[in-house]
Design a protein around this ligand. Structure first.
Ligand SMILES: NC(=O)c1ccc[n+]([C@@H]2O[C@H](COP(=O)([O-])OP(=O)(O)OC[C@H]3O[C@@H](n4cnc5c(N)ncnc54)[C@H](O)[C@@H]3O)[C@@H](O)[C@H]2O)c1
Length: 337
């Protein structure tokens, strides 16, 4: 086993105190999860290979006695010597340009990475949550995606390394729970947005805001009638934590059911940024889903969770953050690749 032993110095403070390992902790969602747990007084071990993560996302936490960083790729086994109570597996490039750059590595991250973290959870007796995705539904044939829907995924296209990798990871989680009794949780996350989403990562909200702030044309794929549902990051983090602390081992959708078209999104962002940008239409990428809308009945019933942040309010926070990014506040912290 490759030696990435971490024997840790993180203190156990009281009976409510937890040590939480966050794989992918330097990424968009992972860094918000790190911040949430640090604010709660827990100890955080952030594991990341900085493929799409940014040091800037976690720099404010470095040096805190209850935060540690391990630069590690989860496609190889991870050994941690100290106790771990909870593991969040957030490690995987999430934007199509990010995960399609090295599709074999993406598949291995999803499958071997999940296995290595499940082995760690089994060894530590820790709970483990998988950041699965609405992409397990592929290009859905039903308008509202409920957890029982089995999806419409192309096993051979450019998105398959991500979509099928995430599906295989869900199967591994199910197997570790039923074969070994590991306490697994599976969140099927729908599109999430907010501060710390890398401006150049190629996802639609970040693309449009960056283009609008620079008065560049907004690039809409196809005719822009395809829909997405966007959840603000603080709502998503609250959902992930509730799911982790629940007893639910079956997959749960987490997302905001308010659905908008990409053309509507482009126009909202132009208005909110007072941008003069034109809209240009580009070819629709292969296997791009035509619609996305979560059924969140299970999350509401089982977790008492639903999104609280209105889209325009979340967008305003994200636009403010992007303005400061583009003003150069973190220019030294571009993607570490
Ligand atoms: N943001 C969304 O809208 C969304 C939607 C559905 C699912 N998800 C899932 O949530 C998770 C986090 O997404 P995000 O938006 O924060 O993406 P992100 O790209 O910002 O973060 C992913 C993090 O994982 C790290 N990483 C990637 N491969 C790794 C490896 N092999 N070993 C160690 N670290 C690795 C990256 O460096 C990065 O810090 C991903 O698993 C993604 O599939 C996100």
């Amino acid at each position: 086993m490759k030696d990435h032993a971490f024997d840790g110095f993180l203190p156990r403070i009281n009976s409510n105190h937890r040590t939480v390992l966050i794989a992918g902790g330097a990424g968009f969602l992972g860094s918000h999860l790190c911040e949430f747990h640090l604010q709660q007084g827990h100890s955080v071990i952030c594991v990341d290979n900085f493929q799409t993560g940014a040091m800037a996302n976690i720099r404010p936490f470095l040096g805190r006695p209850n935060f540690s960083l391990i630069n590690h790729d989860i496609t190889t086994p991870l050994q941690i010597l100290q106790p771990v109570d909870q593991i969040f597996n957030m490690a995987c490039a999430a934007s199509p340009p990010g995960y399609q750059k090295n599709p074999v590595h993406t598949m291995l991250t999803n499958v071997m990475g999940a296995k290595h973290l499940l082995d760690l959870a089994r060894d530590k007796g820790a709970r483990i949550l998988q950041s699965s995705t609405s992409e397990v539904y592929g290009d859905p044939e039903i308008k509202v995606q409920v957890e029982t829907y089995r999806g419409n995924v192309n096993t051979c296209g450019p998105r398959a390394c991500y979509d099928e990798g995430k599906r295989a990871a869900e199967a591994l989680f199910w197997d570790y729970h039923h074969s070994f009794g590991v306490q697994t949780r599976v969140a099927r996350i729908f599109n999430t947005y907010g501060p710390r989403m890398h401006p150049d990562d190629g996802r639609v909200v970040s693309n449009f805001i960056r283009q609008a702030l620079k008065d560049e044309p907004l690039t809409v794929y196809g005719d822009g009638s395809q829909t997405r549902s966007f959840c603000f990051v603080s709502d998503l983090v609250a959902g992930l934590v509730k799911l982790m602390n629940s007893e639910e081992t079956e997959p749960v959708n987490l997302g905001n059911p308010t659905e908008i078209t990409m053309l509507e999104l482009a126009n909202i962002i132009r208005r909110k940024t007072n941008s003069e940008s034109k809209i240009v239409h580009l070819r629709l990428p292969t296997d791009d889903p035509k619609q996305r809308r979560p059924d969140i009945c299970r999350a509401k019933t089982l977790l008492g969770w639903q999104p609280a942040v209105a889209f325009e309010d979340g967008l305003a926070q994200m636009i403010d953050w992007y303005r400061s990014e583009l003003d150069g506040a973190r220019l030294d912290d571009a993607l570490v690749s």
